[in-house]
Design a protein around this ligand. Structure first.
Ligand code: ACO
Length: 427
């Protein structure tokens, strides 16, 4: 551990602060007593240089394009584990030891995936065509009224029940939010199908539980589709102190019900600068319409008099290729080869955009690369997921991360209410 000396050039006073050795990555100055000792505070809008907590959940090295969940590289995670394994890894610190443990955890989630009938009524209050993200955050906040006991959690069992319950129910809530928005009857979970398959089933099935009929019979959900959906969820499971996770922690820091904090996180994720970008990418690709329009589009993106941005590009932490974007791009190509056909036109436009952007000084100088949202929509479209569900899919993926981060916060006796200061510039 080293120290840093702060010299106030106005008064000549010197103050010493400890440097914290992070297990990975650069050191941090412990400024927690800056105000008490030096009578000044730090100004860091957007918190680009500020750590709000200590965490063990995930680690990002933005320069090297590295992401770890609980110390394990994302590339290994995505090959080795399915989504429910990753959920267990994040909320308990340990992945299932074997197939039996993995299946038991998945089964537990399936059995918890049903909603209280009273909660289902809430959907009838929402207008047709309501965005599923709005339905979803409201329904998750309402879930706190049905499971109010999670407001006070004392033992590990309480924490686990809270987390497993919301991870289990979020797929049902997403499916119901969507079906409500299109006026389709709800399809209840089918416990004979695993967590991920069950989600696709609740989206696709007809009343009576039948899947689409073709002349060859019912169009079953394939293993390849389940594998693809699993990988998409896994790649979204946690990502350091991003805006929505920080929102969850901030709201939880007031001692509120955990589902109220998670509902706030869902709202934070909805914004186009964050998880809402995956929906906007598809809109942009369709607007571009043809590879021949890519260069003109990039010129508009670079025009500083226009706030327009290339969606799915750029990241606060990654100044090199986002490893999740790399994995999703590879997944897109792999699925295409294995038989889940991507929309070729959109895929070509996206690849051309990437090619043009990555060789352009504007993007090179600013370290702008594709992020997780750039290619995910193309795969989701091929999986027959409608565009308004792209960000709710992100919600499902991120739920274990939010739970793990929330638990880390509420279990920490030293954690304080989040309360930044301000640089007052008023009268
Ligand atoms: N297109 C064009 N220019 C961009 C883009 C982009 N996508 N992203 C950043 N820039 C430019 C900015 O205009 C700025 O240029 P300047 O230095 O000339 O002013 C510079 O790059 C730095 O951008 P900031 O906005 O300061 O970067 P910040 O870290 O605050 O924002 C963000 C990161 C929000 C992700 C941004 O890159 C962006 O808006 N991207 C598009 C939306 C998107 O894809 N969001 C998803 C992010 S991943 C996730 O949240 C899941």
């Amino acid at each position: 551990m080293g120290t840093v000396t702060l010299i106030n050039n106005e008064t000549g006073e010197k103050f010493e602060f400890d440097l914290i050795d992070c297990k990975r990555g650069p050191k941090a100055i412990d400024f927690s007593k800056l105000f008490e000792t030096a009578g000044i505070f730090s100004y860091d809008p957007g918190y680009g240089s500020t750590a709000g907590c200590k965490s063990t959940v995930s680690y990002i090295n933005g320069k090297e394009g590295q992401l770890l969940y609980k110390g394990i590289p994302i590339q290994e995670i995505v090959e080795k584990y399915n989504f429910t394994d990753v959920a267990k890894l994040l909320i308990t610190g340990e992945a299932p030891k074997d197939k039996a443990e993995s299946e038991a955890f998945d089964l537990e989630l399936r059995h918890r995936s049903f909603l209280h009938e009273g909660l289902i009524n809430i959907f009838s209050a929402f207008p047709d065509n309501a965005h599923p993200m709005a339905n979803l955050s409201s329904a998750v906040a309402a879930l706190s009224t049905f499971h109010f006991d999670h407001k006070e959690m004392e033992e590990e069992n309480d924490y686990q029940t809270m987390a497993r319950r919301i991870i289990a129910k979020i797929t049902t809530l997403v499916a119901f939010s969507y079906r409500n928005a299109i006026g389709a009857p709800f399809i209840y979970p089918d416990v004979s199908r695993n967590y991920v398959e069950n989600f696709l089933y609740m989206l696709r099935a007809y009343p009576g539980g039948h899947l689409k009929h073709t002349l060859k019979g019912e169009e079953e959900i394939t293993d390849l589709e389940v594998e693809a959906m699993n990988k998409i969820f896994v790649l979204h499971a946690d990502h350091g102190q991003n805006a929505s996770t920080t929102t969850v922690r901030n709201v939880a820091s007031t001692g509120v019900h955990p589902y109220a904090a998670i509902s706030a996180g869902i709202n934070a994720l909805w914004g186009p600068a964050h998880g809402g970008a995956n929906e906007k990418v598809l809109v942009q690709l369709n607007e571009i319409g043809d590879v021949k329009n890519v260069n003109k589009f990039i010129e508009r993106v670079k025009d500083k008099s226009d706030p327009f941005r290339l969606m799915g590009f750029g990241h606060r932490v990654y100044k090199s290729y986002d490893p999740r974007a790399k994995a999703i791009k590879n997944l897109k190509d792999e699925l295409n080869k294995k038989g889940i056909k991507m929309n070729q036109r959109l895929s070509e436009i996206a690849e051309k955009l990437e090619e043009v952007a990555l060789s352009d000084d504007y993007f090179i100088q600013r370290g702008l690369y594709p992020n997780v949202d750039f290619y995910s929509g193309i795969i989701l479209t091929a999986l027959k997921i409608p565009v308004p569900l792209f960000t709710p899919i992100f919600v499902i993926g991120r739920m274990p991360g939010w739970c793990a981060q929330l638990l880390e916060h509420v279990k920490n006796p030293q954690a304080r209410i989040t309360r930044p200061r301000q640089v007052y510039i008023g009268d």
